[in-house]
Design a protein around this ligand. Structure first.
Ligand code: BT5
Length: 322
């Protein structure tokens, strides 16, 4: 991961977008030519393609396909999301580290990223396959001023943000299967995992975990899954997508705070494929069946049972019948 001086060198090269003399960079950054050369070698080792031509200087040709914090922060333009980024090449799960950081009191917006996870998790102890450099695996700390019962809306907010970002960056129409699946071509493209750290009636913090299959080829996907690359038949820049997800998350989170959850529910309905369908839901060992008619403003699903009764469901596994 590039260190501070190296980030400054990169900023300089990005800004000029042409050859910059070694002398100019050394003078500006107040480092020796020898130190500059060493930093350039380290950047090359990290995957940056930098040309060095005598009498001309250095030129940045391309950056590596890595979610380095400096790359994510570059022109991110958010107010608080991603201001602190903890980056790992491999981790058990970004959720574990984010929880530790949340307990330590790190501010909302703190982000944990990993290029791979050995024990990425879904809900109810299920696994999340997280092959290296293929997807986006992130956990975000939020400290919303809401009641614990209102937190399902944050899962919906995250799902909406992911769909909006995918549309903008990849031009694809991802959809949401309640409560947390991101779907493309009837297959699972991504998932959201929301974990709550709360006391009775007070939310201390929430971790939003997002996993998305970006550049996986068929070999690294289970049969029920897809990736953006499979759908688009082209690589998708993970940094560009990640940055857009962070921007959308912040925009929607600010909307939630300013205008309340109704606006988020309204946005969610646009992407939802669950509403209007007959569904089976397994929640806390209870089996429910009926028509998914709507969500309420806390993000709970309203299910019309065959008896005509309306059941409010806050979590569960859902099967679309027809
Ligand atoms: C989810 O759970 O869909 C939530 C996934 C959240 C993953 C993120 S990655 C960053 C953060 N750190 C973590 O450790 N987790 C979060 P659920 O609805 O329970 O779905 C899990 C099921 O999806 C599994 O049982 C598999 O059937 C399927 N699955 C596993 N890996 C998948 C993948 N990469 N793509 C599509 N489906 C997958």
């Amino acid at each position: 991961m590039p260190e501070i001086t190296q980030n400054k060198i990169l900023d300089f090269l990005r800004h000029k977008q042409e050859y910059v003399s070694g002398e100019e960079i050394s003078q500006r950054l107040k480092i020796s030519r020898q130190a500059l050369w060493k930093h350039i070698q380290e950047l090359k080792n990290a995957g940056y393609d930098i040309l060095a031509v005598p009498h001309l200087g250095y030129c940045l040709v391309s950056s590596p396909d890595r979610l380095f914090p400096a790359e994510v922060a570059h022109h991110l333009h958010t107010k608080f999301i991603g201001k602190r980024i903890y980056y790992f090449d491999n981790l058990s799960s970004t959720m574990d580290i984010a929880t530790q950081l949340g307990i330590k009191g790190l501010p909302e917006g703190t982000l944990v990223l990993s290029e791979a996870q050995s024990r990425g998790r879904g809900r109810l102890g299920r696994n999340w396959l997280s092959p290296k450099y293929k997807g986006i695996y992130l956990s975000l700390i939020l400290r919303p001023k809401i009641l614990p019962v209102q937190t399902p809306i944050l899962t919906l907010l995250a799902a909406v943000s992911v769909c909006e970002a995918i549309k903008e960056v990849a031009g694809l129409d991802a959809r949401i299967k309640w409560p947390n699946d991101i779907i493309l071509s009837n297959k699972k493209l991504g998932g959201i995992l929301t974990e709550l750290n709360a006391e009775m009636d007070e939310v201390r913090f929430i971790i939003i975990g997002i996993g998305i299959n970006v550049n996986n080829d068929k070999n690294t996907l289970i049969p029920t899954a897809t990736s953006l690359r499979e759908e688009k038949k082209a690589q998708v820049n993970r940094i560009t997508l990640l940055k857009e997800i962070l921007r959308k998350l912040e925009t929607n989170y600010l909307i939630l705070q300013d205008k309340g959850s109704e606006v988020i529910s309204e946005k969610w309905r646009v992407y939802a494929i669950t509403l209007g369908r007959r569904v089976k839901i397994i929640c806390q060992k209870k089996h429910l069946e009926g028509q998914a008619i709507d969500i309420d403003n806390d993000g709970a699903l309203l299910l019309r049972l065959d008896s005509g009764l309306i059941e409010r469901v806050t979590s569960g596994d859902i099967l679309h019948c027809r």
